[in-house]
Structure formats: C-alpha cells, structure tokens
Ligand binder design. Structure first.
Ligand code: PEP
Length: 250
C-alpha cells in the first residue's frame, strides 16, 4: 500500500523562534498513523536548529546545489544537508523554475545527485494557466517527467514522490477541482505504469499542491490517485496544517 504524505513548504517565511515552535508542535501533536509521513521543508538556515524527536517527521531542504563542494557562492551541498540531519529535498518547484531560472537540465542533475546520496525526493511538476487553456497540460507534465526521469531505474524512481502543482493554483486561493486533479494524477500514474511497471506505478505517492486548506482538503484527498498534499501557506500555522492532516487520516 502506498504511503500517504503531507509535506509543508515553509518557503522564505518564519523567524527562527517561530520555526522552532512550529516544528515542535508538528513533532508532538500531528496525528500519527503507520501509513502517513510528514515532510517539513524549512528555510535552510534553520535546519541545524530543528530536530526530529519522535513520530514520522522527515526534515527536508528546499534547495541545494548538485556538486560535492567548490566555488558555488551562496549554495548548499548535499553533505552539508547531511550534517544538518536532512534527508529529503524538494526539486522542481515552480518558484525555483521561474524565479531562479532552474532548467530541466539542472533539475535532472539535482534528482540524480540526491538519489545517489540516498535522499528522498519530492519532485514538483505542473503547468501554467496558458498551457492549461490550450489543453496541453497533460502532455506538458508528462514531458516534465520524461526529461528528468528518462534514465532513472524503477528502484531509484521508487524513492521519489511526485507533487502535481498547477502553477495557477499556488498561493492564489484558486484550487484545481477534483476532476482536474484526478485527470492529471491518473495521467501521471499511467505514465509511471508505461515507463516502469504495475508495482512501481501503484506504490508511488502522488501529492497535490496549490491552495490546499482545511476546507478543501477532504474533497482533494478523496480523489483515488491523490495520496496527500504539498502545502505552502496553510503549513505556516499548526492549526491549519493539523486540520489538513486530519482530513488525510479519515
Ligand atoms: C507550494 O508552494 O508548494 C504550495 C502548494 O503553496 P500554497 O499551498 O500556498 O498554494
């Protein structure tokens, strides 16, 4: 049975004190179940201060640079993340693709590098509103997967989680509807089936991200191919994240 996953993307928010307090609440108060994992993608500067004390929290980084070390001013290496007890990375988020010009090639290198170093990968994909309006969204997302994972074997791919995040739904208050979400999630699972095999396609968790909150989470999570969520704004308070976590449990 595939894992249910709820991931918090704190982006460039919170003070150190706020992050520590929120993380502590996540650590001790989120509903626990054998088949649920929680990932917390914190700003990197706080990572050393956050310790998983119990339960199923997985500490993740929002960014790193895919080289061992060297003259990469301002960047963070995988071994520095290991020092901070991090074992998950978020790759391909649309904000990094658009605001920081991350190319498919760099994203591919990041996926390769993190898998080689035993990291869990949450890989983000999703189309702009212009692409959806042209009805090219399915092909667009398939291509985002194809260019990055074409050479990845099933055993490595199975260490990845896919997060479908339509760009037009991120931080906009406009969620994709259940039909739109299920259409894309089943297309992604089908892509996995065609490229790999039945068991890989059935075991990969596919998350939805984009203005998910306590009110819409239940209907989003009721889609058969949705295995959880990647949460931005609503992950910044314990109450709103916990509300979503409770919807994932039922
Ligand atoms: C995100 O940025 O990954 C995200 C899903 O943000 P929000 O929940 O705020 O739309």
């Amino acid at each position: 049975m595939r894992k249910k996953i709820l991931a918090a993307n704190w982006k460039m928010n919170l003070s150190l004190q706020e992050a520590k307090e929120l993380f502590m609440k996540y650590n001790s108060l989120l509903p626990q179940a054998d088949n649920i994992d929680y990932y917390i993608f914190s700003p990197s500067i706080f990572l050393h201060e956050l310790r998983v004390v119990k339960g199923k929290l997985i500490l993740g980084a929002q960014n790193f640079y895919p080289e061992k070390s060297g003259a990469f001013t301002g960047e963070i290496s995988i071994s520095q993340l290991i020092d901070a007890h991090v074992n998950a990375v978020l790759i391909g988020h649309s904000e990094r693709r658009m605001l920081f010009n991350e190319s498919d090639e760099l994203i591919k290198q990041k996926v390769d590098f993190s898998l080689q170093n035993g990291f869990n990968v949450i890989f983000c994909c999703g189309e702009s509103i212009e692409i959806r309006d042209k009805k090219e969204h399915i092909n667009f997302v398939r291509n985002q997967l194809e260019v990055v994972f074409s050479h990845i074997k099933a055993t490595d791919f199975s260490k990845c989680v896919i997060a479908y995040e339509p760009i037009w739904a991120i931080g906009s208050g406009r969620t994709a509807n259940e039909k739109e979400i299920e259409e894309m999630h089943s297309a992604i699972r089908n892509w996995i089936l065609k490229k790999y095999d039945v068991s890989t396609s059935q075991n990969i968790s596919i998350l939805y991200g984009g203005s998910c909150n306590g009110k819409n989470a239940k209907s989003i999570f009721s889609c058969p191919n949705v295995d959880g969520g990647l949460i931005g704004g609503a992950s910044l308070t314990f109450e709103s994240f916990n509300e979503i976590a409770n919807k994932l449990q039922v």
